[in-house]
Design a protein around this ligand. Structure first.
Ligand code: FNR
Length: 185
């Protein structure tokens, strides 16, 4: 029987009606049987402070670090805030990168999807995030690149995603599945 990989999904937006979260949920529905997607929440993580790692780190950090360590791969969905990554997502990266030498991100096959109401599709955030992933030794799928712009018009009033975007997401998640299998083979 073929293996099912556990994928931690990180959503960079904390708002209830986040488009990034909606796209994450669509991806979870479209994912092939080889992937099991689960959102790992990042909104309650205290800001990273190295002093706290020299004592007893906050429980929320420890739980988060374990969730990432227990995942086979990581899928990032991020809005763009001021041409970069939202602070909550950068904080999550920092938290699970420490204590020094115990990074939870090391070697996890990743993909970055940026989702924006704007036309550029979060290009700046997407590439700032990739920059951190290079340092964290988190092999990130290079192609297809995924910048989803004008997301406000992709869902209808009933919350249904249009066919064109759904097909694009299907391609992305299928390619990511291949990427996970390739990296973890
Ligand atoms: C934004 N937004 C935004 N959009 C963009 O394309 N480029 C940008 O640099 C910014 N900057 C920015 C800063 C801040 C502080 C906010 C709150 C918003 C708009 C952003 O893409 C939009 O709010 C998305 O809908 C956010 O994603 P969620 O929350 O819908 O997932």
């Amino acid at each position: 029987m073929s293996k099912t990989y556990k994928i931690a999904v990180l959503v960079g937006s904390l708002r209830k009606d986040s488009y990034n979260r909606k796209v994450a949920l669509e991806l979870a529905k479209l994912a092939p049987a080889s992937l099991q997607l689960e959102i790992v929440e990042i909104g309650d993580l205290p800001f990273y402070n190295e002093d706290l790692d020299n004592g007893t780190p906050p429980q929320a950090w420890q739980t988060f670090r374990n969730n990432i360590k227990n995942a086979d791969g990581v899928l990032f969905l991020t809005p763009e805030y001021n041409r970069s990554v939202p602070a909550a997502l950068k904080n999550a990266l920092d938290v699970a990168s420490r204590p020094y030498g115990q990074s939870a991100w090391d070697g996890k096959p990743a993909a970055v999807i940026s989702v924006s109401i704007g036309a550029i599709g979060g290009f700046g955030a997407n590439h700032h995030l990739r920059q951190s992933l290079v340092f964290l030794n988190t092999p990130c799928m290079a192609q297809p690149e995924t910048y989803i712009g004008n997301i406000g018009s992709a869902f209808d009033d009933s919350g249904k995603l249009n066919e064109r975007t759904a097909q694009f997401l299907q391609t992305i998640i299928n390619e990511y599945s291949k990427w996970v299998e390739k990296i973890l083979a």
